[in-house]
Ligand binder design. Structure first.
Ligand code: NAG
Ligand code: NAG
Ligand code: NAG
Ligand code: NAG
Length: 480
């Protein structure tokens, strides 16, 4: 009681003064708030105001948000455009193919299909680069023109761009997987995304943290804008570098930005038979292939462009699943079966531990002559037996069909002249694989998991049916 009375007394004597104070302070706060909010609205690029780190803002990234810059030249374009035709979707995609001059005789800007629709990206003629020095002995000075494709692509001033993606004329993109991969990242931040070479030595020489140009690489919009602004002043300092990709990597390093590696991009620094690589793709959507002129056609008995077209028949049905590897075991015959979806199925006539199946069979030859570092790869390899009869039986992708229940892909045996024992997978004619269209969500892209497969009871001895599905929570991929 006493305390309260005292309080009342004190408050009465001070109340008018107090009230004035409150009014003054609160109006000051109000004015400050108003000024601050006006300022924030006006500088609407302030991250405080518009920035939301929620994936909703970028997980929807599609091919329509990408602008491509493809480096080519008069000499290679007439042949290489056959590769670009395979993946370029004129109505959805934006960008340019950069040539040093317009090819004589035919106008590539109007390459059209039977319906009169353009089938290729528009042609852009590169700006003159003769003012830049190039001093790498026996190198190609065109590296400067090609490096400046980055700047000239940004300067096309396209709107609603999230990513700029660059590649060579023999870089084959799987555009929807490219967009899916980029949708893992917030395009409003500074990103430089790509992959190194398969060869240890190439990475050692050019940089483990350089995106190799042939694999293709992506630069987020705000980073590309800044890079374009400073690029010419930067490359003047580096006449001694070899390639265009070295220049881009170096100028990004000067901006303080490093590579975000994505293993779906493939520089493909290999020769000969690429079977081993294609049969053991990492657990991420296939983004690109390169150097298809330097490897054998990826399917037997087809020309290189026709073989690539065949792979796209599968990719066009289930883009995210293309080359994805699943392994399962046949209990009856003790076979180990590895499916590289849309490409090949391999059947080993014995049970093998999963970690023995996953390394890349070294079916290819080394990219460059040289000491043993030129044969050291950046992934685990295993022997590819010289005797085909000692290898697993291979079934190559033949056809695919899909309806609302799922997808069925068929793989036909690749004949080898081998003796066939009882229980040999060489008695099979074809393998039929059923699956659901793969549609990875944001979390599955961030934290991928291999799928499982089952060998279904077979009706005949010539056909093997396999079903691919999501693994159960605690399911293990193992021999029985
Ligand atoms: C392009 O092809 C579509 C059909 O795919 C057709 O409707 C359209 O008229 C064609 N455009 C031109 C310019 O010929
Ligand atoms: C792009 O915008 C810049 C700056 O506004 C301008 O100088 C340039 O000519 C534009 N390029 C094209 C192709 O419109
Ligand atoms: C190669 O393809 C041709 C035509 O497509 C076919 O007639 C021939 O049998 C094939 N050869 C082999 C070995 O598969
Ligand atoms: C298959 O192999 C046998 C024995 O090695 C050989 O005699 C035969 O000529 C081979 N046939 C073909 C078509 O290569």
């Amino acid at each position: 009681m006493l305390k309260m009375q005292r309080f009342k007394l004190v408050s009465k004597t001070q109340s008018s003064f107090h009230l004035l104070n409150v009014v003054l302070i609160s109006s000051a706060v109000c004015v400050t708030y108003l000024i601050a909010s006006v300022l924030l609205v006006h500088s609407s690029k302030s991250p405080l105001d518009v920035y939301s780190s929620s994936p909703d803002a970028y997980a929807s990234t599609g091919v329509e948000h990408i602008v491509f810059g493809i480096a080519s030249n008069q000499k290679s374009w007439p042949n290489r455009k056959e590769y670009v035709k395979q993946w370029w979707e004129p109505r959805q995609m934006r960008g340019c193919v950069f040539l040093e001059a317009m090819p004589h005789g035919h106008d590539t800007t109007t390459s059209r299909d039977d319906d009169g629709n353009a089938t290729l990206p528009p042609t852009c003629i590169s700006e003159d680069t003769s003012r830049f020095r190039y001093t790498f002995r026996n190198g190609q000075p065109s590296a400067i023109r090609v490096a400046r494709v980055v700047l000239e692509t940004v300067n096309l001033n396209h709107t609603n761009v999230r990513w700029f993606v660059f590649g060579d004329d023999d870089t084959v993109f799987f555009p929807h997987n490219l967009a899916k991969t980029l949708s893992k990242y917030d395009h409003r931040l500074w990103y430089y995304i790509g992959a190194g070479s398969e060869i240890y030595q190439q990475n050692k020489d050019f940089g483990f943290k350089m995106a190799f140009g042939g694999a293709g690489f992506a630069i987020s919009y705000p980073l590309a804008k800044v890079l374009a602004k400073v690029f010419d002043s930067c490359i003047e300092r580096y006449p001694h570098l070899y390639g265009s990709d070295s220049r881009i990597y170096t100028c990004l390093a000067e901006l303080g930005v490093g590579l975000t590696a994505e293993p779906g991009f493939h520089q493909f620094d290999v020769r000969g038979n690429a079977f081993g690589l294609l049969g053991s793709h990492p657990l991420t959507p296939l983004v690109s292939l390169h150097h298809l002129d330097h490897v054998d056609p990826i399917f037997p008995n087809r020309t290189a462009p026709k073989a690539l077209e065949h792979l796209f028949h599968a990719a066009n049905v289930d883009s995210q699943r293309i080359l994805q590897q699943t392994v399962c075991y046949d209990r009856w015959f003790s076979w180990t079966i590895s499916v590289s979806w849309g490409y090949a199925v391999q059947v080993y006539s014995k049970h093998m531990f999963l970690p023995d199946v996953l390394p890349v069979p070294e079916s290819f030859r080394q990219w460059k002559n040289g000491d043993f570092l030129a044969r050291v790869y950046t992934f685990n390899t295993r022997e590819f037996h010289t005797d085909p009869c000692q290898r697993p039986t291979v079934f190559f992708f033949d056809s695919v069909s899909s309806n609302r229940y799922g997808t069925k892909s068929v793989y036909k045996i690749s004949y080898e002249n081998c003796t066939i024992g009882t229980g040999s997978p060489r008695k099979l004619e074809e393998i039929r694989v059923s699956s659901k269209k793969l549609d990875l969500n944001y979390n599955q892209m961030q934290a991928p998991r291999r799928q499982c497969c089952d060998v279904l009871p077979s009706k005949t001895g010539e056909v093997l049916d396999i079903e691919i599905r999501e693994c159960k929570e605690d399911e293990l991929i193992h021999m029985h």
